[in-house]
Design a binder for this molecule. Structure first.
Ligand code: ZN
Length: 501
């Protein structure tokens, strides 16, 4: 058995190297590559993606899996060996269903799609991206057909990001969330004057924002000896190993909240990536359990920690050191309310905690229509704006503020958005558990000390990497499934206090 495990690991290690090399190229594409490099980069990424796919679906891997499965009966379910066989089998069966030509077409279409999207977004010109998006949606549908599904092609796509989750379950959770959130948004809209956010109308020097962000991230526990942060148009996190994790952020003088909360968010992803058990390196297990679980970590640090009163009791004095004029006379209470101001806005990543999920519901519904062929791609800008108006009461003036704002579709990531809202739900479930285990966590946050919370997440979530499915992991830790109750209670308590409802 040891021999086969070693052989399997050796094969997976090489495939991992190809995928990580492609990740470096993707990271570079989104940070430093000149626009003119797009076409050759698309070819390079496509070649690597195609090769990794071919190596992975090789019969040899199937044979190794069969031999290992025949003899893995007495292995402990939690052991690395059993987990490796189990997770590799799941991915192998999935990958075998995808024709190599389709994988290569997708890699190329999305790599080119990314640069067309960038151009379209910069000019707010949807027509420039539209034909390529049409191609990408068509390929995504081919992918869903190749993978197979029971009810809805969207199930097959969602499963890649949130294994085991079905479209109908997502729809049911979203319905519960909507029922809790919409009345809250309405109640707050009658009380807008309760929060003064005007302090962020001032300019904040970019370099100082950057330095402050690095200071905060270091304190939270992101290890800069095993990672770095760069600028990207659409912030993301990627990693090439647990020892090389890349964060990105964007910094605008007149949008103070963008850089700091974006950076904290991405560092939550980054700390998860730095926390996988190193023995899982160069296997499929060295990654997050799912995107929803990943997002639970980023939203935990961004919102539950970063937008808490306790956090700013510690950090506001330090921030005043960077911006003494802008923050002169501003109290923690004033600052806390200002960063939590609820305000319907066009851009999802800048949305407050209360309206954020409404942005997700809209995308989930539009993706479903798209993948079921119930809307023409050319009609998306109009449909988007109509839904925005319905959910948030505001109408984007142009496509850049509307349908073109997110990078995901250009990358072929359809079925990805729901994981953001699932992450919000899970972040509160996990935080509550951590505090139940370690009641000193809220006081430690107030003191600028994050290791009690980070250590809990390391031990309970990070270390496992992808050994467990999200359903297994959530069941193991919370004793039940993902739920809306804890999140809605957190949101209602926090915002009823801020808006005196
Ligand atoms: Zn995220």
């Amino acid at each position: 058995m040891d021999v086969q495990i070693r052989q399997l690991r050796a094969r997976l290690a090489e495939i991992n190297d190809l995928r990580k090399a492609a990740a470096v190229l993707n990271w570079d594409m989104q940070t430093y590559m000149p626009a003119a490099g797009a076409e050759s980069r698309a070819e390079q990424v496509s070649t690597l993606g195609k090769t990794a796919h071919q190596w992975f679906v090789a019969d040899e891997i199937g044979q190794l899996l069969e031999e290992l499965e025949a003899r893995s009966g007495d292995l402990d379910y939690d052991s690395l060996e059993a987990s490796l066989v189990r997770v590799t089998r799941r991915e192998y069966d999935r990958a075998r269903k995808l024709p190599t030509a389709l994988v290569a077409d997708l890699a190329q279409a999305t790599s080119l799609g990314h640069s067309l999207w960038q151009q379209a977004r910069a000019r707010s010109d949807f027509a420039r991206f539209e034909p390529q998006l049409e191609k990408i949606v068509d390929l995504a549908l081919q992918k869903a057909e190749a993978l197979g599904y029971d009810e809805n092609p969207y199930d097959a796509l969602l499963d890649e990001f949130e294994p085991g989750m079905k479209t109908a379950q997502v729809a049911a959770l979203f319905e519960e969330m909507r029922a809790g959130l919409v009345p809250l948004v309405e109640a707050i809209s009658d009380r807008v004057a309760a929060v003064d956010g005007s302090l962020f109308d001032q300019g904040f020097d970019r370099d100082k924002q950057w330095e402050f962000g690095i200071e905060v991230l270091t304190a939270l526990g992101f290890d800069f000896d095993r990672g770095r942060q760069d600028i990207a148009a659409h912030p993301f996190t990627t990693s090439f190993s647990t020892n090389d994790v890349r964060l990105t952020t964007r910094v605008y003088p007149h949008q103070f909240k963008t850089a700091i909360f974006g950076s904290i968010h991405e560092s939550g992803h980054g700390m998860y990536n730095q926390g996988f058990d190193p023995t899982l390196n160069r296997t499929l297990l060295s990654s997050g359990a799912s995107l929803g679980v990943h997002e639970s970590q980023s939203r935990l640090w961004e919102n539950i920690v970063g937008r808490s009163r306790g956090f700013w009791i510690h950090w506001l004095p330090r921030l005043k050191h960077y911006f003494p004029i802008q923050l002169d006379g501003i109290s923690v209470e004033h600052f806390y309310r200002a960063i939590n101001r609820v305000h319907p806005s066009f851009i999802r990543v800048e949305a407050d905690e209360v309206t954020y999920n409404l942005h997700i519901f809209l995308r989930f519904e539009i993706e479903n229509l798209m993948i079921q062929g119930q809307v023409k791609i050319a009609d998306l800008p109009e449909l988007w704006n109509d839904r925005m108006e319905e959910y948030l009461g505001i109408r984007p003036a142009d496509a850049a503020q509307g349908v073109l704002q997110d990078v995901h579709w250009s990358h072929g990531l359809i079925g990805y958005f729901p994981t953001y809202a699932l992450g919000n739900l899970l972040s509160v479930q996990l935080y509550n558990l951590a505090v139940a285990d370690r009641p000193e966590i809220p006081a430690s946050i107030k003191a600028g000390e994050y290791s009690p919370l980070l250590d809990w997440m390391r031990d309970h979530i990070h270390v496992h990497g992808r050994k467990y499915t999200p359903v297994e992991l959530i069941e193991r830790e919370t004793g039940g499934p993902i739920r809306t109750g804890p999140f809605l209670e957190y949101i209602q308590t926090k915002y009823s206090e801020i808006y005196d409802l």
